[in-house]
Ligand binder design. Structure first.
Ligand code: DGY
Length: 323
């Protein structure tokens, strides 16, 4: 039987590409640039499986019920708001993602941002590299203590819980949780966490707020100027979820006027573009979407895609089916 024809839309870790090429008739996007909607539409007519990433937009216009050869979109990543899953379903295309394997590393980056912004690490490094450091003094670059502070976690799935684990056990933080469904009592008890009904209940109580909810239209600008106003004046906002969850314009204003103490961002609404107003803010740490960027995790994500594809083409239900 002919091997399924598979398109990988970006370059993946070498070990995964090699394994994939043994199992499938594999094409790689050697240019390693995001594919356009037109290119993706064409790919859906040519391949049995397309393996997109967060940089590939797959709106309804990409799907053509009649002309699609593709039966599965096996996304390399946990977030899949860039795929119109309703349109995929209507075109009888299965969609999978790669949960679990990136939770720890994404929480590590959220923790990194939290520590860096609270302890003014980026400001300090800039000062030192630019030759502006004049030596130790008692009032130099005074930051905010993280240990023992209150952390609000919005979205308490796998990554939110990995964040709670670090914050509770590593830093003795008090944890408040806001989640769209009730979190089981035993899960909250693990981190001595308290679930509050609404974001409005959470924000005024926290020194740090970390976002771990999905992106997409439903959560677009979940953190807006009204909600930034509800945060404590010295509080910090951390976003490793999706850029669209935060209104970047409102955040830039809040940073500029000191409505909040600072922020740490790993994701942006129009990646790789970052608004000028954010680039100019000192009390802000910016990272280029590094959440899952470790060798171990990127390989594990690839092998998870491989498992999903193998299940699918062997006639089993892929474990990470999301649509
Ligand atoms: C994810 O897995 O969703 C990461 O943000 C990369 O897409």
């Amino acid at each position: 039987m002919a091997k399924p024809k598979v398109l990988v839309t970006r370059r993946w870790p070498q070990a995964v590409e090699a394994k994939m090429a043994e199992v499938f008739d594999l094409d790689l996007n050697r240019a390693d640039k995001p594919l356009t909607v037109t290119e993706l539409k064409a790919a859906l007519g040519q391949y049995d499986a397309v393996l997109p990433t967060v940089t590939d937009r797959l709106p309804a216009a990409v799907f053509d019920r009649a002309g699609s050869r593709t039966r599965i979109l096996a996304n390399y990543g946990v977030g899949f708001a860039h795929i119109d899953t309703e349109a995929a379903k209507a075109a009888s295309i299965t969609v999978t993602n790669t949960p679990d394997v990136l939770s720890e590393c994404t929480a590590d980056i959220a923790m990194t941002l939290m520590l860096m912004v609270a302890r003014r690490a980026s400001e300090g490094e800039r000062e030192l590299r630019e030759g502006r450091w004049t030596g130790w003094r008692p009032t130099h670059l005074i930051g905010t203590k993280v240990s023992g502070a209150t952390l609000g976690i919005i979205g308490f799935g796998r990554i939110g819980q990995a964040m709670a684990q670090r914050a509770h056990f590593g830093f003795g933080m008090k944890i408040l949780v806001q989640n769209r469904s009730a979190v089981p009592a035993e899960v909250l008890a693990r981190y001595n966490a308290v679930q509050v009904p609404t974001i409005e209940d959470l924000l005024p109580e926290c020194d740090f707020v970390s976002l771990h909810c999905p992106g997409g239209a439903a959560n677009r600008h979940l953190i807006n100027s009204h909600r930034l106003d509800l945060m404590r004046p010295g509080a910090f906002l951390i976003n490793t979820a999706r850029g669209e969850v935060v209104d970047e314009h409102a955040l830039a204003q809040a940073l500029w006027f000191g409505t909040i103490g600072g922020a740490g961002l790993d994701v942006f609404e129009r990646e790789p573009q970052v608004p000028e107003a954010l680039l100019g803010a000192d009390n802000l740490v910016l990272l280029p979407h590094l959440g899952s960027a470790t060798r171990e995790t990127r390989e594990a994500m690839g092998f998870r895609v491989l498992d999903n594809l193998t299940d699918f083409f062997d006639g089993r239900q892929p474990r990470d089916r999301v649509a």
